[in-house]
Design a binder for this molecule. Structure first.
Ligand code: TXA
Ligand code: MG
Length: 354
C-alpha cells in the first residue's frame, strides 16, 4: 500500500468550550474549510466540510492517514441522507430505528460526494451521531461533515479532548471540548449498499439489535487475523499502543490463570509490565505492576467507556510489555466490539484453547 505522507500545514489549535458561542465558532471554521475535532457518543471525530475536496485532504494530512482509507459523512439529521446517498429499503429501516446513534451505514453514493471522502469507491459511509454537541455543530454548520476518529493514524481513538490535543496539536484548527465520549468505542458499520447486508465493523450498537430489525443474519467477514480485509481502512493492526500488547484469549477462568502466569514470567525476565485490568482480576496481582482498570466481565459498557483511555495511559507509562485478556464474551453485544479492538491492538495473541 502507498502511504503518502506529506508534512501537515501548521495550524494554531484552539480549544473551544461547548457553549453556543463555541459551537458557532466551530461551525464557521468548518464552513470555511478548516479542521475541527468534536465529541460524539462513540469517540471524538476530526471533521471537515464533507463536500469540499481540499478540506477533506486536510484531514488525511493532519492524521497522516493513508488516502485509500475512506471516511464517514456525519449528518445533523436523518432526513439529509438522500442528499449524499441512495438508501434502499433495509437502510431506511435501520436509519429509522437507530439514527441518531452509533450506527454507520455504507450506501450507494451520490455524485456530490467527492472521491476524497470515499477513497474512490462508489459507496459512502453515513452516520447521524446522537451526541447533543455533535448534533448542534452539524445543524449549525449546515453541511455533511466528513470525520474519521480524531487520532493520529494507527493510534487508539480519542475519548477525551486532551487525547485529541496530544495527537493533533498544531495540525488542526480547533477542538470542541465536550468531556468524555461515553460509549468509548466507534460506531457499528453495516454495508447495506447491496442486497446482502454485511457487518464491516462491530461497534457501539449490538449486531443482534440490527439483525432483529432486518429479520436476517448479517454477513460477517473473516476476523482481522484471518486474512484480507473487507473494508479498505480496516487493516489488522490499527488501534495499537506503541508498547507491545499481548492478548490472552479463551474462557474467562483459563484466561485469568494464564494472564497471571504470563505476567509473572515477563516480570521474572526483568520486564516492566502493564495490565489492562478487569475488576474480576484485582485479586491476582501484587506490587510492581502498573494497572489500568476497566470494567467487569459482566459489564462491557463500563469497559468500553474506559478501553482507549486505559490503553493510552498504559502506553504513556513507557513499560516493556502490556497484557490484557478479553473483557467480555467476545461473541455477543458490545463484547464483539471490545474483542475486535483488542485484537487489532495486540502484537501477539495467546489462545488458551489450544
Ligand atoms: O464512531 C465512529 O464511527 C467514529 C465517529 C467519529 O463517528 N468514526 C470513525 O471513523 O471511527 P474512522 O474513519 O476511524 O473509521 C471509519 C471506517 C474506515 O476506516 C473505513 O474502513 C470505513 O469506515 N468506511 C468508510 N467508508 C467506507 C465505504 N464506503 N465502504 C467501506 N468502508 C468504509
Ligand atoms: Mg479510526
Amino acid at each position: 500500500m502507498c502511504h503518502m505522507t506529506s508534512i501537515p500545514a501548521r495550524r494554531q489549535t484552539r480549544l473551544l468550550d461547548a457553549t453556543p458561542a463555541g459551537i458557532a465558532r466551530a461551525a464557521a471554521i468548518l464552513r470555511a474549510g478548516g479542521l475541527v475535532a468534536f465529541p460524539t457518543e462513540t469517540v471524538y471525530g476530526l471533521g471537515a466540510h464533507g463536500l469540499d475536496p481540499r478540506a477533506v485532504r486536510g484531514i488525511f494530512e493532519a492524521k497522516q492517514r493513508p488516502p485509500d482509507d475512506p471516511m464517514i459523512l456525519h449528518l445533523g439529521h436523518a432526513g439529509l441522507v438522500d442528499e449524499v446517498a441512495s438508501p434502499g429499503q433495509a437502510a431506511r429501516q435501520l436509519a429509522e430505528r437507530f439514527w441518531p446513534g452509533p450506527l454507520t451505514l455504507v450506501l450507494p453514493k451520490r455524485a456530490v460526494v467527492p472521491a476524497e471522502v470515499t477513497a474512490g469507491l462508489d459507496t459512502v459511509a453515513v452516520r447521524v451521531p446522537a451526541h447533543p454537541i455533535a448534533r448542534a455543530l452539524l445543524v449549525e454548520a449546515g453541511l455533511p461533515v466528513a470525520a474519521p476518529s480524531a487520532n493520529l493514524f494507527g493510534r487508539p481513538s480519542p475519548t477525551l479532548a486532551e487525547h485529541v490535543l496530544h495527537d493533533l496539536r498544531d495540525r488542526i484548527d480547533a477542538i470542541l471540548d465536550g468531556g468524555r465520549a461515553t460509549l468509548g468505542v466507534e460506531s457499528t458499520i453495516v454495508d447495506v449498499s447491496t442486497s446482502t447486508p454485511r457487518l464491516l465493523r462491530p461497534g457501539g450498537l449490538a449486531v443482534e439489535e440490527i439483525e432483529a430489525v432486518l429479520g436476517l443474519r448479517l454477513l460477517v467477514p473473516p476476523q482481522p487475523q484471518d486474512g484480507p480485509q473487507a473494508s479498505p481502512g480496516l487493516m489488522p493492526v490499527h488501534y495499537s499502543p506503541r508498547t507491545p500488547l499481548v492478548l490472552i484469549a479463551g474462557e474467562p477462568l483459563t484466561a485469568k490463570k494464564r494472564l497471571r502466569i504470563e505476567v509473572e514470567a515477563a516480570q521474572a525476565a526483568g520486564q516492566t509490565v502493564g495490565v489492562l485490568l478487569l475488576e474480576d482480576d484485582i485479586d491476582i496481582f501484587s506490587a510492581g505492576i502498573t494497572t489500568e482498570m476497566v470494567g467487569a466481565w459482566s459489564d462491557p459498557t463500563s469497559s468500553a467507556t474506559r478501553l482507549f483511555e486505559a490503553m493510552r495511559s498504559l502506553d504513556a507509562a513507557n513499560l516493556d510489555v502490556l497484557f490484557a485478556r478479553d473483557l467480555a464474551d467476545p461473541s455477543v453485544g458490545l463484547g464483539r466490539a471490545l474483542a475486535d479492538r483488542l485484537r487489532r491492538a495486540a502484537r501477539r495473541q495467546v489462545d488458551t484453547r489450544h
